[in-house]
Design a protein around this ligand. Structure first.
Ligand SMILES: Nc1ncnc2c1ncn2[C@@H]1O[C@H](COP(=O)(O)OP(=O)(O)OP(=O)(O)O)[C@@H](O)[C@H]1O
Ligand SMILES: [Mg+2]
Length: 274
């Protein structure tokens, strides 16, 4: 079937809308990892709020289409409002952060069984149809691995930075190297590594226990000639805050983890302003 040349091609239209949206967003960052469960969503959420606390306008796009956890971790669980007269959707605003995720649009516990092209299309729609407005930073929280979502986010968001999250164990570092190499292949200009679950903060004495080891992420970042953004310890309150939709960096009580996120967000700002 041939396209009617008189009708606009929907893909071209979508690309134009994405271009218009990106023109209003200064810095785009993708957060991913080679391995699942290493803390990508935790890092994306807390980094987004840390950047917000440094007086930036920030958006968070949940690009993990089949395992969307951003609403649970931020408490932004209501459906986004669509504007009746168009295809446009307003992001949810939770504690000042603009958020979009597919999760609130799905019935509870419903699996989303979509092949790669459909998942990629959802990400393109989040860029084209969501009214992000002017932003200093848009972060995308990606699923684990190096699949379609990472490719689509890299091609459509044109991120200036990839943040690769790893834990200190060798099994995670092996996959992290693959993720760093993918970011290099995709020509993402700045690559930063975050070492998460780097030491456990004892809830009783606040001493750090070197449970998974520490320093592997920094060593790997040096070897691969990419930025090391910082290390985040394992802390009980991080997991509790995630489960309750209260990111740790928004807590008024100071913690080692909040301090670590502050340093990481300062590093991100410094690298992207250069
Ligand atoms: N520094 C930390 N301290 C304590 N708990 C943490 C820390 N980082 C992550 N967690 C917990 O580990 C679990 C996995 O984290 P998270 O969901 O952020 O990982 P992920 O890499 O996004 O996973 P997925 O690959 O499934 O998307 C969560 O329960 C989270 O609360
Ligand atoms: Mg996740």
């Amino acid at each position: 079937m041939q396209n009617d040349p008189a009708q606009p091609n929907p893909i071209d239209e979508q690309d134009k809308n994405i271009e218009a949206a990106l023109a209003q967003i200064k810095h785009r960052i993708v957060v991913f990892s080679g391995k699942g469960g290493v803390g990508k969503t935790t890092v994306a959420v807390n980094l987004a709020y840390s950047l917000l606390k440094q007086n930036n306008q920030v958006g968070l796009l949940d690009a993990d289409i089949t395992g969307p956890n951003v609403p649970k971790m931020t408490g932004a669980e209501s459906s986004p409002a669509s504007l009746g007269d168009s295809n446009h959707v307003l992001p949810l605003i939770q504690n000042g952060l603009k958020i979009i995720s597919i999760a609130p649009m799905l019935p509870n516990d419903a699996p989303l069984i979509w092949r790669g092209p459909l998942r990629s299309n959802a990400i393109r729609q989040f860029l084209a149809d969501v009214l992000w407005g002017e932003l200093d930073y848009l972060l995308a929280d990606l699923p684990p691995g190096t699949g379609d979502e990472v490719l689509t986010a890299a091609q459509k968001m044109l991120p200036q930075m990839a943040i690769v999250v790893t834990t200190p164990q060798e099994v995670s570092l092996i996959d992290c190297r693959r993720a760093v190499n993918m970011a290099k292949k995709l020509n993402i200009p700045n690559i930063g590594v975050v070492e998460n679950m780097s030491g456990l903060v004892c809830p009783h004495c606040s001493e750090e226990i070197d449970i998974f080891g520490t320093g592997g992420g920094e060593k790997m970042a040096k070897q691969m000639d990419v930025h090391f953004l910082g290390r985040i310890p394992m802390e009980l309150s991080v997991r509790q805050g995630s489960d309750e939709g209260k990111p740790i960096v928004l807590e008024s009580t100071p913690s080692k983890t909040s301090e670590a996120f502050k340093k990481i967000s300062e590093n991100v700002e410094k690298i992207l302003s250069e």
